[in-house]
Design a protein around this ligand. Structure first.
Ligand SMILES: *[C@@H]1O[C@H](CO)[C@@H](O)[C@H](O)[C@H]1NC(C)=O
Length: 287
C-alpha cells in the first residue's frame, strides 16, 4: 500500500525518532550515549557533562559561556539546545553554551569506533547569522592532564560558520604554527548541508582494523555519506597518529560567536533560538 503520503509520513517518523534515540547499526555496539531526556528548561545531566563557563580567550571569540538554562537547556522533547544571546553586560556582548563530556573513549586496535551526533540549526536566515559558529568536536583528553594543543589532537566532526549551508570536518595535530596539520588551519574538507534546519547525522569513524597504523583511517560523514578521510600514512608520523587515533578523546558541543574564522556579528545578526544548535543525541559505538 505504497503512497507518497505514507512514504512521507514514514520519513517524517524516522526523522523524528533520529532525534530521540541513537540508531542501531549492524556490527556495532552502542558504547555510550546521551539522549538529552529531561524536563524543558533544565540543565543536561552533569554526570555526563561539564557545563563550561566564562570567556575562554581563544580565537578572539566574543561569547561568555554560561550555565544558565537560557544558554544550555534540555528542550523537554529529548534534545539539547545551545542558545546564543546578546548581552551587553558581558565583555564581548554575547552569552552562549558549551558542554564537554566527562566521558572519554579510546579507539581500540582491531575495531571501528564511531563518534556521532544528530544535530540541527535554528531557523534564522543566513543573512542573520553572521558570526554564529556552532560545533560538534573532540579533543584529546591529554589536554585535561597537562598536555598541550594541538599535540593532544583535535577532531572537528562538524563546524559551520555564518549560517552557511556548508559543514566542515577538520583535524588538528602536531605543533602550532604549521606542522603536519598545517596549523592554525588544520586539514579538513567541506560538505554541502541540504535542509540545514533539519536534523542530520554527523559522524567520524576511526578505523583501526588494519594491523598497520599507516592504513588506519579517520572518516567524516554526513547522513552516512563520507565526505573526508585522513589516513595514518598522510600524517606520516606514528607518534602524532597515536595521539590522534589511539588515545582518549572527549566530546564538545558549543556555539561560539565571532572570532577569527567567522568574523564578528554585524547589525543583522539575531540571537536566540533561531541561531541555536540543537542536538538529538551524542553517541559512541564500536565494532
Ligand atoms: C551581515 O553579514 C551577512 C553575511 O554573513 C550579510 O548577508 C548581511 O547583509 C550583513 N548585514 C549587515 C547589516 O552588514
Amino acid at each position: 500500500m505504497w503512497s507518497p503520503k505514507v512514504a512521507a509520513a514514514i520519513l517524517a517518523f524516522v526523522g523524528a525518532t533520529n532525534a530521540w534515540q541513537p540508531p542501531s547499526y549492524g556490527g556495532f555496539n552502542l558504547v555510550w550515549t546521551d539522549t538529552f531526556a529531561g524536563n524543558s528548561a533544565t540543565s543536561p545531566n552533569q554526570g555526563n557533562w561539564n557545563i563550561i563557563t566564562g570567556n575562554l580567550g581563544v580565537n578572539n571569540e566574543l561569547e561568555t559561556y554560561s550555565s544558565s538554562t537560557r544558554n544550555v537547556q534540555l528542550s523537554g522533547g529529548n534534545t539539547l539546545q545551545l542558545v546564543p544571546w546578546k548581552d551587553s553586560s558581558t565583555f564581548g556582548g554575547w552569552t552562549s553554551g558549551r558542554l564537554e563530556s566527562k566521558y572519554t573513549f579510546t579507539p581500540q586496535a582491531g575495531k571501528v569506533t564511531r563518534a556521532e551526533a544528530s544535530i540541527r540549526f535554528g531557523s534564522n536566515a543566513q543573512a542573520n547569522k553572521q558570526g554564529i559558529w556552532p560545533a560538534f568536536w573532540m579533543l584529546g583528553d591529554s589536554l585535561r592532564h597537562g598536555g598541550s594543543w594541538p599535540n593532544c589532537g583535535e577532531i572537528d566532526i562538524l563546524e559551520t560558520v555564518n549560517g552557511q549551508a556548508t559543514g566542515h570536518g577538520t583535524l588538528h595535530c602536531d605543533v602550532y604554527p604549521g606542522g603536519i596539520c598545517n596549523e592554525g588551519n588544520g586539514i579538513g574538507g567541506p560538505v554541502n548541508i541540504a535542509n540545514i534546519n533539519d536534523f542530520h547525522t554527523w559522524r567520524v569513524e576511526i578505523d583501526r582494523t588494519s594491523n598497520n597504523w599507516q592504513s588506519e583511517t579517520l572518516t567524516w560523514s554526513l547522513d552516512g555519506t563520507n565526505f573526508f578521510q585522513i589516513t595514518g600514512s598522510r600524517i606520516g608520523n606514528q607518534g602524532v597518529w597515536n595521539n590522534i587515533a589511539h588515545s582518549p578523546l572527549f566530546f564538545i558541543l558549543n556555539v561560539a560567536v565571532g572570532g577569527n574564522w567567522p568574523g564578528n556579528p554585524n547589525g543583522s545578526t539575531l540571537d536566540g533560538y533561531g541561531s541555536m544548535m540543537e542536538v538529538g543525541y551524542v553517541a559512541q559505538y564500536s565494532t
